[in-house]
Design a protein around this ligand. Structure first.
Ligand code: AMP
Length: 175
């Protein structure tokens, strides 16, 4: 069982970052604490395993920090989902709305086969716009989405509602 209180204590709140009114949940102290890192990765792997994924996709960039070690624990492969212009091969591209403006994610067209069961991993579920775009991108490859997994969910922002019927799990839930 994950000691969620101990884990939560390693996540630092930064007020008004990156803009006024935003409380940024900084995971760098968690990453720097060996026991907390092990606990977070074990907890995420325990949530991932019952979904029986065959591949994990991590969202740039903090999704990479948690996605690759979880893939390693499950002994499955990993694909990066990146900001525009970073992936060198043919890509699927999905644009999504931010509070001001838009952002874009890309995924290699050959990241998955139609037989793959893909789990999306990121650090934080906030409004859900990023994860929603990620799920659409995975679907474009013909693979099956088995769910979305986060280190922490900011429940008040209602992101989960944007992810349809896909299973959504988070190790920590913030009100
Ligand atoms: P959203 O699309 O609103 O769900 O935002 C999710 C993305 O933005 C994730 O990749 C997070 O890393 C990042 N993010 C959003 N809000 C926060 C926050 N309060 N603290 C840390 N990261 C955040």
């Amino acid at each position: 069982m994950t000691d969620t209180a101990a884990l939560r204590a390693t996540i630092r709140d930064i007020a008004d970052f990156p803009s006024p009114g935003i409380t940024f949940r900084d995971v760098t102290p968690l990453l720097g604490d060996a026991a907390a890192l092990q606990s977070a990765l074990s907890g995420l792997a325990d949530l991932a395993r019952p979904l029986s994924p065959t591949k994990i996709v991590g969202i740039e960039s903090r999704g990479f920090l948690f996605g690759v070690p979880v893939a390693d624990r499950l002994k499955i492969g990993f694909a990066p989902m990146r900001k525009p212009g970073k992936l060198p091969h043919t890509v699927h591209r999905e644009q999504y709305a931010l509070e001001y403006g838009t952002d874009t994610l890309e995924l290699h067209t050959d990241a998955f086969t139609a037989d793959d069961r893909v789990l999306v991993i990121d650090d934080v579920l906030a409004t859900g716009g990023t994860a929603e775009a990620a799920l659409k991108l995975v679907a474009r490859t013909g693979a099956t989405v088995v769910g979305a997994l986060f280190l922490l969910e900011l429940a008040a922002l209602g992101g989960r509602a944007r992810l349809g019927t896909h299973p959504v799990s988070a190790l920590l839930t913030y009100p």
